[in-house]
Design a protein around this ligand. Sequence first.
Ligand code: C5P
Length: 229
Amino acid sequence: MSYSDSRLYVALDLPSVSEAENLVKVLGDSVSSYKIGLQLLPIGGVEFGQRLKAQGKQVFYDFKLHDIGATVEKATRSIAGLGADLLTVHARPDVMQSAVIGRGESSLKLLGVTVLTSLDQAALGAIGYHDDAMTLVMRRVEQSVEAGMDGVVSSPLEAAAIRAVVPDDFLIVTPGVRMPGGEAGDQKRIATPGDALKSGASHLVVGRPISAAKDPRQAALNILDNMTS
Ligand code: C5P
């Protein structure tokens, strides 16, 4: 029997493809969706993602693209050609419009990274943003919808406010997911899997609570259980 739920993306934030391969093997049929990010992408993560696709898994390349329009368009076209399911770009209107053109008719879904959860008010002010984080998030959500993006990445604590203003099929992908009593690590704005989904998240990204667990498969099963509680 398969327990997997494609809404759960496990972040393969590991130092090598062989460690990521081991984790995927241990998780077996409990997990069907994986996120490959900046740590693994430059060292074989793209090819590994293609192998996961060949096994029938969903693959999310977390490139967080941010460059001039022409470059974002061409990069998105290259990534769309890999057959990936999800790709992140920063939620700036010009970047998103270019990504939408680059994606073309492919099935690649595009997510806008609104405001990195590592940026607090002081950090935003230092960059020159004078709006508070929530105002900035909501403006970028609106711009994501306008640009024709498929969804955004957000903190689970922003999901309800976003869900209230976006189309029903708009994706809201939330990291910062922790089990009750679990270690938060460096995540500041967290919610349980079930609460994140109830707040309007369509997909969850979970890394260390699974990858650093003594029994990663059991940790994934506990999260899957909490998602439906
Ligand atoms: O280990 P943990 O569950 O905190 O991993 C969360 C994953 O989501 C990491 O890959 C991290 O890079 C990513 N992420 C995040 N916060 C964001 C965007 C992405 O934690 N705002």
